[in-house]
Design a protein around this ligand. Structure first.
Ligand code: CO
Length: 464
């Protein structure tokens, strides 16, 4: 009797985005990627995640790179692959909400420069915050993936996730992604969640998790057992620790189970050789701290993502208060509860972390309240998953720090263009400026200087 054909599972490779965001603080340069992208184009991945998240900020702020140019180059060099990006809903790639006009223009430019799949999430799982982005992605004719931020709290039940997935399906998304940024989704919960989502919606289900707590491989296998369609992995030299589970390992295990991935395993070896040398460079220059490569089960105890833990440590270090780390760790869940249990993902993870540090270091809870927290309490970021603490609400009112505007960003494309003047060379520059005004300005000024410097040389070269 012929063997029953098992459903294949597709693979998204994250090494060009999340893997180095998780391990190298997003410092991988385009030059470190390019020597291998031609080979990556031939592996048979479902998609390559290569843009969005923190890569945009990091390009402009630390790498003196134009993120749009990076995307264009990768697009050009990977003609056969679907390129995927991560988008923070209404916040785009920044930390605060934008107008519909800006959201639509941003997404149009992402697609124009080569993006095929936009994975869209909102830090609060507020469906209102992803509506416009999903709509524009569909309008641009590319794949809109609705991402559910997975977290554990009394208000985040299986039912709440199913409801969210149904709302996303109604918006017209093409797939649903379970986004487990902290690596706290257990094998059993993954099985339950994938099973429930498969029953509730008629869309492919994607699993995105992190190895932080050591659960990821088991979680992926149980998700596959429940019928998950796509999983995110990272090439082995950039896997594990706070990154994704290893591509080679999962492909090996799945193929042995008779589950095809469509991946050419012989090419993976060459890709891994390349990234092994990139990892070695990062270890040597200190960009990669070996600590992030290990398993850290604290997240299971405190439900705090790995990236947030290292942020808290560095915040305390700068204030010479490292010895108060455990007090802060205990304060984080309290603050989170008082804010109505937001998932700890950008920008909520930073906001909750900063408030917890302030509460501990000032010795008086909410004596000082961050302006972003005030705006959040007033609804500027959307609807909180649970109830916001009444005492905190009153405190925000009393302190009259209440404000709905978080900073003075230009409200429209034309206002931003006017502010930028001749520094803007293309429409993408206006969007970079809207995302990170100060950083973009320094980048543009630098670019101008470099051009002025390099032009006479170019002319000499050409005239010879
Ligand atoms: Co991630």
């Amino acid at each position: 009797m012929a063997e029953v054909q098992k459903k294949p599972v597709k693979i998204v490779e994250t090494v060009l985005r999340d893997a180095h965001q998780s391990l190298l603080a997003t410092r991988m340069t385009t030059d470190q990627m390019l020597p291998i992208v031609d080979k990556m184009d031939k592996v048979g991945y479902y998609a390559v995640e290569c843009w969005g998240g923190a890569t945009f900020d990091s390009c402009l702020r630390y790498l003196n790179e134009d993120p749009w140019e990076r995307l264009k180059i990768i697009r050009n060099r990977m003609p056969n692959s679907k390129l995927q990006m991560l988008l923070r809903g209404r916040n785009l790639l920044g930390y605060q909400p934008y107008s519909d006009e800006i959201i639509r223009n941003f997404i149009r430019c992402c697609v124009k420069n080569g993006i095929d799949i936009i994975r869209i999430f909102d830090a609060l799982n507020d469906i209102e915050n992803i509506k416009v982005a999903v709509d524009e992605t569909i309008r641009q004719g590319v794949h809109a993936s609705g991402a559910i931020c997975y977290t554990i709290s009394p208000v985040h039940t299986l039912d709440s996730y199913v409801t969210l997935a149904k709302q996303m399906e109604a918006l017209g998304v093409h797939s649903i992604c379970i986004k487990d940024m902290a690596g706290i989704l257990s094998p059993q919960q993954a099985f339950n969640l994938v099973t429930a989502l498969k029953k509730a919606v008629n869309l492919p289900i994607v699993l995105h998790t992190h190895c932080t707590t050591g659960l990821a491989f088991m979680t992926c296998i149980k998700a596959v057992e429940a019928g998950v369609d796509v999983i995110d992995t990272a090439i082995s030299s950039f896997s594990g620790g706070s990154s994704q589970p290893a591509t080679e390992t999962l492909v090996y295990a799945l193929e042995e189970l008779g589950i095809h991935t469509g991946i050419d395993q012989s090419v993976l070896k060459k890709i891994n050789e390349h990234f092994t040398s990139v990892r070695q460079e990062a270890l040597t220059d200190g960009t990669l701290n070996p600590i992030v490569l290990t398993t850290d089960t604290n997240a299971l105890l405190y439900q705090i993502p790995g990236g947030m833990l290292s942020n808290l440590i560095s915040q305390l270090k700068t204030q010479h208060a490292e010895h108060r780390f455990y007090e802060v760790l205990q304060e984080v869940p309290k603050v989170r509860k008082e804010l109505g249990y937001p998932p700890l993902v950008t920008p909520m993870s930073q906001m909750v972390g900063a408030q917890a540090v302030t509460n501990i270091l000032t010795g008086s809870r909410y004596h000082i309240i961050g302006k972003e927290i005030c705006a959040y309490v007033n609804g500027a970021y959307g609807t909180a998953p649970g109830n916001i603490d009444e005492t905190l609400k009153n405190l925000v009112q009393e302190k009259q720090q209440a404000s709905n505007t978080i900073s003075e960003l230009p409200k429209s494309m034309s206002a931003a263009a006017k502010e930028l003047g001749e520094l803007a060379e293309k429409e993408e520059d206006i969007l970079s400026y809207l995302a990170f005004p100060q950083t973009a300005i320094s980048f543009f000024k630098n670019r101008k200087k470099e051009k002025e410097h390099c032009c006479p040389y170019m002319i000499t070269q050409l005239s010879e």
